[in-house]
Ligand binder design. Sequence first.
Ligand code: COA
Ligand code: NAP
Length: 286
Amino acid sequence: MSDEAVLTDYKYVFQKDIFKGKVAFVTGGGTGIGFTIAEILMRHGCDTIIASRRLDVLKNAAEKLSKATGQRCLPIQMDVRKPEAITKAVEEALGHFRRIDILINNAAGNFLCPAENLSFNAFKTVMEIDAHGTFNVSKAVFDKYMKNSGGVIINITATLSVRGAALQTHAGTAKAAIEAMTKHLAVEWGPNGVRMMCVAPGPIADTEGMRRLGGNRITDDFLKSIPVQRLGRREDIGNAVLYIASSAGELLTGTTVIADGGAWLTSENNFWRIKNSPLYKQISKM
Ligand code: COA
Ligand code: NAP
């Protein structure tokens, strides 16, 4: 079941009805950052579809999101690696809501692993979920709706490839591919009225991503090393998406908004030191 909690004291910056009558499709919207992105869009009048592999998690999340926001949320089971399932999911979404104005490609898979320990299948799996998955869902939504009606596609990436983060060859490569794809599609689909953007979060508290990437080892030193002196919150990413998808973001396309408090500039990335750390010994045993 989804353990996700809705926001208790959300501070509105934009008018509450900016997405009235609009519909967003959020992959991985049943948990973590995707859940909060869906919530913030819904708080601004949007209906949503949340889609991923675990239907029980999605159903529970959809109920919570609708109750908190008064908007409709349709849960759909779908693996972003399976084009047939995606096509069916997009058809179901359009049958239900008649439109998809915003697509958030948020689904991803990750874990810490040095490249020398990655199996061929481990690398391929992350590439397929993140990079292929983003293309698959974007293409299905473009073909079936945005080609004629326009829209905004926002891909959730990361800052891993900016400095070649240690232990993240698989995810960094996949996210870099998504950022390149975003530029290509911005060029080709712009004339159809489609804007393509990426949001690259840094470390975000209270997420599966953080837990998997060493979130149980957050020290005061680590927090102090981040220029804004704190971890990101899911709400920070939801608000970045809100701005980009709104009419205030109409000139934004083909680029990435890094929403990480400057963490990529300063975070530890010394492989020699990491290799001698307790964390490395722990993941090497996995
Ligand atoms: N370290 C190294 N390799 C790992 C790993 C880890 N922690 N976890 C999985 N793998 C490898 C597996 O061993 C397998 O390779 P093999 O066949 O050579 O043994 C390969 O990755 C695929 O694993 P599998 O469990 O079959 O894939 P899946 O499709 O069921 O799940 C994952 C995909 C592995 C990414 C899974 O962790 C997942 O579903 N993640 C979603 C949630 C998530 O990652 N959230 C954070 C987002 S930032
Ligand atoms: P999360 O809660 O684990 O979210 C990942 C979601 O993707 C889950 O809901 C999962 O649902 C779905 N998913 C995974 N594989 C899928 C597949 N094959 N098909 C369909 N859906 C799939 O993790 P998160 O931390 O919120 O991460 C969300 C996004 O933010 C990811 O793109 C991640 O790379 C990015 N990010 C996170 C951080 C961070 O600090 N958390 C930092 C940088 C970037 P199912 O299991 O039901 O399929």
